[in-house]
Ligand binder design. Structure first.
Ligand SMILES: [Mg+2]
Ligand SMILES: [Zn+2]
Length: 182
């Protein structure tokens, strides 16, 4: 008999959760346009400490629109990990949908990015969360079968709401054995 090791995973939306969103209709196209939201590295450090895998799942339609390339986006993600390493924090993996709306199975609220991630980290769904600032994040988390957390934007369908990622991290840390330590 064999058992598959599973991981508790925090799936994070990027824009509006980790960094300031671009203005409506625009995209974060380069590192100069990327600005961390307050206490995000500290929040990620808490999740790391609690034993969660941290996986970013991000729609980046600006790639389909040729406003930026996948390698521009990859570079931004390398820089994120470089910056947060000063806080002893790290993101374990990034999964990006580069496609136009309605042309793929990975653009949230579809769950293709989650399924890609699950190949790397088989997901312990009972102890995992999706955190995002859009209704499509909340829907994707639920479709995948995990709890969904609204960050910075009150969304009725979400299981929890926190004004920022740090508040979410502190809540999960303080909830002890129910989510944090197992
Ligand atoms: Mg967002
Ligand atoms: Zn896609």
């Amino acid at each position: 008999m064999s058992t598959i090791k599973t991981f508790k995973v925090i799936f994070l939306d990027r824009d509006g959760v980790i960094n300031k969103k671009a203005p409506e209709g625009d995209y974060i196209k380069n590192w100069e346009e990327f600005h961390f939201l307050e206490k995000v590295p500290e929040a990620i450090h808490i999740f790391n400490d609690l034993g969660f895998k941290i996986v970013v799942v991000s729609n980046q339609r600006g790639i389909a629109k040729r406003l930026m390339t996948m390698s521009d986006v990859n570079y931004i993600h390398e820089q994120i990990n470089k910056q947060i390493s000063a806080y002893k924090a790290h993101i374990d993996a990034f999964f990006v949908c580069p496609h136009e709306k309605g042309t793929c199975h990975c653009r949230k609220p579809e769950i293709g990015l989650f399924l890609q991630a699950a190949k790397l980290f088989p997901v312990d769904k009972l102890h995992s969360f999706m955190m995002g600032d859009s209704i499509t994040d909340i829907e994707a988390g639920h479709k995948f079968g995990i709890k969904s957390v609204a960050i910075g934007n009150f969304l009725k369908k979400a299981d929890f709401y926190f004004p920022d990622l740090y508040q979410a991290a502190k809540y999960i840390m303080n909830s002890g054995s129910s989510y944090g330590n197992h």
